[in-house]
Ligand binder design. Structure first.
Ligand code: RUB
Length: 329
């Protein structure tokens, strides 16, 4: 495939396709694959000048970034790698390639360690005998619940099936494999079961500067039902899911996917008078969130702006973004 006058390696095209089609999904995994796609591209550079290499990486970065719009972890991961390349001021293609590969690996390591830390911190917020509810499939949330279960605290977990893509089934399977008692329920049962729940734990695709959470469609309804029932809501989120774009007033784009994920093609053609919409994320206001569990600590939603401004400045220059606390020396 040709992008910006450069031929993009097949493996990179496949990673982007897999992200688009949700074979690779979940904001953390998407980010790690985005970073790895750049490393792969650097290794497959067909040869040329340093100038050409830099333009080629920019083209690949734009290509990878555009795979899905909502999870800000993807542009953050890509920008992390590209900014490390630029700041390294390479003098040769070899040096430039090395900078890209190293930065991508650093990102992946940081991301994996962040989830482990979140598991430890999040588990402290779960108390013995707690019944937990979760939504969609979030690796960070699963890590928290599994760690709390290992510590003998989790009584059982209500998992919502999460239509239309049924990511709840992945969560149910993973938790059951770890020995957690799981009850899978339809999305519409959220309020019915909330009275039996002690804590809600969900993941994040993006967190805005005002502390609002963007996560799988239906998350805001879980939070609403939790607020009514006075159940605490925790968000398990690495800080590279905080959106620097929101500091300058950008909104987080909400992905709307194909209607055929909701009803089949046949039904659509038999009912031409019906418009089917499939927004896949929604926004939970900060007032509905008790705490965000990050690798830097458990913070209130109001602290998101502080972390963003500390890391990016109050008026960040785009696209020269970096990822918080990834300076590994
Ligand atoms: C996944 C989703 C997850 C977040 C966090 O949506 O909304 O809650 O991405 O996941 P999709 P993680 O299935 O559409 O990608 O904690 O794994 O990063």
């Amino acid at each position: 495939m040709e992008v910006g006058g450069f031929s993009i390696p097949g493996e990179v095209v496949r990673i982007r396709e897999d992200i688009k089609s949700m074979r690779i999904r979940g904001a953390g995994s998407i980010a790690r694959h985005g970073a790895l796609a750049l490393a792969l591209a650097a290794e497959r550079f067909p040869g040329g000048t340093l100038e050409e290499f830099l333009r080629y990486i920019e083209a690949v970065a734009a290509f990878v970034r555009s795979a899905r719009p909502t999870a800000v972890s993807l542009p953050n991961a890509v920008s992390y790698v590209v900014s490390r390349l630029k700041r390294g001021s390479p003098q040769s293609v070899e040096e430039a390639r090395e900078l890209v590969v190293r930065a991508a690996r650093e990102f992946v390591t940081y991301s994996e360690n962040a989830v482990k830390t979140i598991a430890q911190l999040g588990a402290r917020r779960i108390e013995r005998g707690d019944i937990v509810m979760t939504h969609c499939h979030s690796a960070a949330s699963v890590a928290v619940i599994v760690e709390a279960h290992r510590q003998g605290k989790v009584e059982r977990v209500f998992v919502k099936e999460t239509r239309p893509a049924f990511q709840g089934l992945i969560t149910a399977k993973e938790l059951a494999r770890e020995g957690v008692e799981v009850i899978l329920v339809p999305d519409s049962a959220v309020r019915y079961y909330m009275k039996r729940v002690d804590k809600v734990v969900v993941g994040a695709d993006a967190v805005a500067a005002n502390g609002a959470l963007v996560n799988k469609i239906g998350t805001s309804l879980v939070a609403l039902a939790a607020k009514e029932a006075r159940v605490r809501v925790y968000v398990a989120s690495e800080t590279y899911k905080f959106s620097p774009y929101t500091i300058v007033g950008e909104l987080v784009p909400i992905e709307v996917r194909d209607p055929t994920e909701v009803v089949d093609v046949e039904w659509l053609s038999e009912n031409p008078g019906v418009e089917v919409l499939n927004p896949v994320f929604d926004v939970t206001p900060p007032e509905y969130i008790d705490a965000i569990i990050t690798e830097l600590g458990v913070i209130p939603p109001q602290a998101v702006a502080l972390i963003l401004i500390e890391e990016y400045g109050a008026t960040p220059v785009f696209p020269e973004l970096h990822v918080p606390h990834l300076d590994l020396g």
